[in-house]
Ligand binder design. Sequence first.
Ligand code: NAD
Length: 436
Amino acid sequence: MSKIAVIGTGYVGLVTGTCFADLGNDVVCVDVIEEKVKKLNKGISPIYEPGLEEIIGRNLKAGRLRFTTDYEKALDGAKVVFIAVGTPESPDGSADMQYVQQAARSIGQYAPGKAEQPLIIVNKSTVPIGTGDLVGQLIRKECPAGFKLAVVSNPEFLREGQAVFDFLHPDRIVLGSEERWAGEEVAQLYEPLGAPVMVTDLRTAEMVKYASNALLATYISFINEIALICEKMGADVKEVVRGMGYDKRINAQFLQAGVGFGGSCFPKDVKALAHMAEKVSATPHILNSVLTVNQAARDMFTEKVVRMLGGSVKGKKIGVLGLSFKADTDDMRESPSIDIIRSLQEQGAEVQAFDPVAMEASRASLVGVTYCADPYEAADGADALLLITAWNEFKQLDLKRLRDAMRGSVFVDGRNIYDPIEMRDAGFTYAGVGRS
Ligand SMILES: NC(=O)c1ccc[n+]([C@@H]2O[C@H](COP(=O)([O-])OP(=O)(O)OC[C@H]3O[C@@H](n4cnc5c(N)ncnc54)[C@H](O)[C@@H]3O)[C@@H](O)[C@H]2O)c1
């Protein structure tokens, strides 16, 4: 059992702290938002993440998990401190490091006097290459003389919507440090998970995260480009991917054509990597194209809707199924639904939408949307219905009921979850992405 402090209780910090507590460690999570901390101490999760709230409750009850805004309390007796604060996009595309810097300064200010052994600072936030060194410097500037610490980079690869499962069943644990003993100590915390552990240097570990996200985003933009060609030339991208997937060298899992990627990671991480590359004169041709194709996927989807409604959406009622950037999360950050809905509204459409969990979260980024109680209400009187998020509950809808509720017949499937023949048989004027 180790005493662990986790800084930041967002998707990564909260899952990390909760799961480490569930593995038997003594964990204190710190956040600067008092309201969030109060809720968490009552066992209420501020985010929708399947299974998480139950584990929070179990560990609060067992006394292994606490939440606070007080750094001093959190750091008292801690052997390892995880930094898991946000690194959002800056206006110039680089990663905004203000939260990581604040966290580092606070660790320095509240680090207890002399510890028996150096305090291990583990950076889980996705940060530009070289940040590990900077974090060490910032902490050392603030902390008492003689205080010893070691910095480890431990990028996180969990997927929202499956975060608890991913944390407990990782494909790999990457640990980077200039001090091997510190990497090995952190590796012990992960030992119960039985995952392969890679211990490397700080900068390499930081780069593994960016390179991984950039490649996954590239798969999506690649298949969206193929989808566009398929659409123009009469091929079906879903079938194309099926054919490609038999090739052992190709992983078809991420080759899903649609409205493009969103969320709090891929867009900002690809931009941040491209920004870093530009700074060292390593022109990021592929990364720039990935971003261009991704924006085009959203724009082309909107244009398709307009085209299918006869060239104008002015005065048209449009139903939207799904708002979050992907299924099983309420995260609206960079969701394709935002660009698509705003563009349709700007062109004069009236939008009514349903999402199983993200309607509340979407209010911060969408205005003038009518929220509905279920998919059938979103279809009610609509000239067109758009599927933007592939929630499981949208996969078995009563197509006849949906069609009967509508005024028009246009259905645009931004995730290719429906069978075109079934949809046409149900009376829809159906279009997917990359299917003629
Ligand atoms: N969300 C994901 O799926 C995911 C996956 C892998 C990696 N990451 C990376 O992990 C990091 C965290 O992402 P997230 O989605 O959990 O972020 P988030 O925005 O959901 O949460 C960040 C939390 O940190 C808190 N915070 C900010 N400054 C603080 C400070 N000085 N002290 C204490 N708390 C502070 C915020 O109040 C917030 O609760 C990012 O770098 C992200 O790129 C995210």
